[in-house]
Design a protein around this ligand. Sequence first.
Ligand code: PEP
Length: 264
Amino acid sequence: MVAVATRTPLIAGNWKMNLDHLQAVALVQKLDWALRDAKHEKGSVEVAVFPPFTDLRSVQTLLDADRIAFALGAQDLSTHDSGAYTGEISGAFLKKLACTYVIIGHSERREYHDETDEVIAAKVQAALRHGLVPVICVGETLEQLEEFGAAAVPVGQLQVALEGVPADAEIVVAYEPVWAIGTGKVATPEQAQDVCAALRAVIAEKLDADAAGRTRVLYGGSVKSGNIATYMREPDVDGALVGGASLVSDEFAAIVRFQKHVGV
Ligand code: PEP
């Protein structure tokens, strides 16, 4: 049995390898203005941005100086804490920059950087060691969808990622079907619901019912202002991980304000 809990929706913008630190500052300012203009109620939805590493300090300084209530996250971290690992970024550095979150296991890291489920599990442990909330991404390719259905691969990926994670850990899980990322193709709200519910059951099995009740499970894959509300109506979808649409301030602000478009 999964415990009932109130979960604050999380709308997270994964900027990928886009925007230098000056462009990053401009986008955060525009997003803040768009939400202020719309009189967005801050506590109703949590907003998080995930800029490239080189932008983090500038964005952190702006959030702090202008008291902007967006959470900050990084797009990856090292499995190691420090040492001779040229080019790697420690979770300790991210924590010092006031990052709350770190994306782990994005399909682009799995595909282009050969990150295995075991590497991803080690990154989850590294995030937790440094007090960061891992946003654990799972999802199936089109071939896997056709061969195994939608839930089997993401469920298996999450089972490995949660190995050794304590029941009281704060984590976020993002279901991102690979075939829907950046393609304009989307899972139906029912498909997203089914897989998010299956992922919540994995959290109950690997952590406990309480963790399953409080953990946010997001959908990601070509989310836009025009479709976000349909996902947010589903009981096991607690937010979205947004790629392309998070780079356009008005569009991302409209996604954050999903509660206003349609009676959710
Ligand atoms: C992503 O990169 O996590 C993503 C969901 O991208 P997009 O929204 O562009 O499909």
